[in-house]
Design a protein around this ligand. Structure first.
Ligand code: SAH
Length: 415
């Protein structure tokens, strides 16, 4: 097949890439089989077959976000690296095959310089020590590099000197933040974040839209595959939305300027920083479709970024901070509706009440983007029982060398 299986010196112990030794074409086959096992019984009701998984041509260096935990080493030193599979034991590594090439050197130098400045690493068992984690995010379409230091306290000792040394070692950094996490939990980030140096956010591009990303914003890790995933969601939302039944791309070539406005009401649920809906709005605008976009997410910071992203891309949209289920139920009670509802919930999937309201609100289509096909299959059964039919199922490989698979399912109102 011409694909060379990469090797990694810590692969046996690291909990990261459990499938690294499996040739990539076989990994893709396994993921395809996983999706078929769960979704083919549902898709076959409507005579739909699962499309071939969209894999990566070069499944390396795809993670644009990388993180490390810290722990005390010998003497004053601080250790960084990866948790061994199923444990919190740290394995050191100079590099990582699946991360953006810039990230690991920065994370390791945070550990090295912390040792030099006598900054103590956090001791998980005792809840003592300052430096807990560090997270680096590198731009895909930009050269922005953001570093977030997660600290058990409000400040780091020798903060200014430490930052100066980090900047000297890594002039590619464009911002450094301190996130306060004093809770004894496994969650990496705490609630409070302070800019230590540089820009207040970083920016990146997906499908010709610009996005601002804050230090704690949700933003997909593999931007290249995110574009493939979003394009499928966009195609699903726009396909056949003209009366002719043609796709908008075909239909828009016949657009008559005097024709009445072609409105399309879209709801982007679990919208994060608004990325799917805004990329869709951008494509729709180019096709002369007047998109009325609403997005909902429960994290205030995501919604603030989403509003800013709409303004920066000169797109009209309304973004609401609320629990998605509560919001949908209120809209359904109010007799509202949308042409298309897109949902992209976390791994746990959606709720029965959300799905019930969605089936009531969506007049034409539902586009379900999922990072967990098990919960997606469970939720799809509810939508099929509520009068929707599966039109298209496409798996996407966002995390090569892991067992995870994403999937875009397009449904339309049956009859
Ligand atoms: N569509 C976005 C985000 C997907 S991740 C993207 O592609 O970037 C899932 C999102 O769901 C997160 O932003 C999270 O904040 C949000 N979320 C999780 N539970 C939620 C709930 N109950 N109500 C609303 N949003 C929720």
């Amino acid at each position: 097949m011409g694909y060379k299986t990469p090797t990694c010196s810590i692969a046996r112990r690291c909990g990261g890439c459990e499938w690294l030794s499996v040739p990539y074409p076989i990994q893709l086959k396994r993921k395809q089989a996983q999706v078929e096992e769960l979704l083919a019984p549902l898709a076959s009701i409507n005579n739909v077959t699962i499309e071939p998984i969209r894999g990566m041509d070069e499944p390396l260096a795809y993670r644009h976000k990388a993180a490390t935990p810290f722990a005390p080493g010998k003497g004053r030193t601080v250790r960084s690296g990866f948790y061994a599979s199923g444990t919190h034991q740290i394995i050191a590594s100079k590099e990582c095959l699946v991360e953006d090439g810039r990230a690991r050197a920065i994370l390791n130098d945070v550990a090295y310089l912390a040792g030099q400045f006598n900054i103590h690493a956090y001791q998980e068992d005792r809840g003592k020590g300052a430096l807990r984690h560090a997270v680096v995010r590198c731009g895909y379409a930009t050269d922005d590099v953001m570093l977030v230091l997660v600290v058990n306290g409000q400040r780091l000792p020798h903060e200014q000197e430490f930052i100066a040394a980090l900047r000297k070692a890594h002039p590619e950094l464009t911002s450094i933040f301190l996130n306060v996490n004093q809770k004894r939990t496994n969650a990496i980030l705490g609630r409070e974040t302070r800019l230590l140096w540089g820009s207040t956010s970083m920016s990146d591009k997906l499908l010709n839209c610009t996005f601002e990303i804050g230090p704690t914003s949700f933003y997909q890790t593999n931007p290249q595959q995110t574009e493939a995933l979003y394009q499928l969601a966009i195609d699903g939302a726009l396909a056949g939305s003209k009366q002719t039944g043609a796709t908008l791309t075909e239909a828009s070539t016949q657009t008559d300027a005097s024709a009445p406005a072609n409105n399309l009401r879209i709801l982007d649920a679990y919208c994060g920083t608004g990325t799917i809906g805004l990329c869709l709005a951008h494509v729709a605008e180019a096709q002369g479709v007047n998109l009325l976009l609403t997005g909902v997410d429960q994290v205030e910071n995501n919604i603030q970024m989403a509003r800013r992203n709409a303004r920066n891309n000169k797109l009209e949209a309304e973004f609401i901070c609320d629990d998605a289920t509560r919001y949908m139920q209120a809209l359904a009670k109010d007799g509202q509706n949308f042409d298309v509802i897109i949902l992209d919930p976390p791994r746990a999937g959606s709720t029965p009440a959300f799905l019930k309201a969605t089936a009531q609100l969506a007049q034409k289509k539902i586009v379900y983007v999922s990072c967990n096909v098990v919960t997606q299959a469970r939720d799809l059964k509810v939508l099929l029982d509520s009068g929707f039919a599966i039109e298209r199922v496409t798996p996407v490989d966002m995390f090569p060398h892991t067992k995870h698979v994403e999937c875009v399912v397009v449904l339309s109102r049956a009859n």
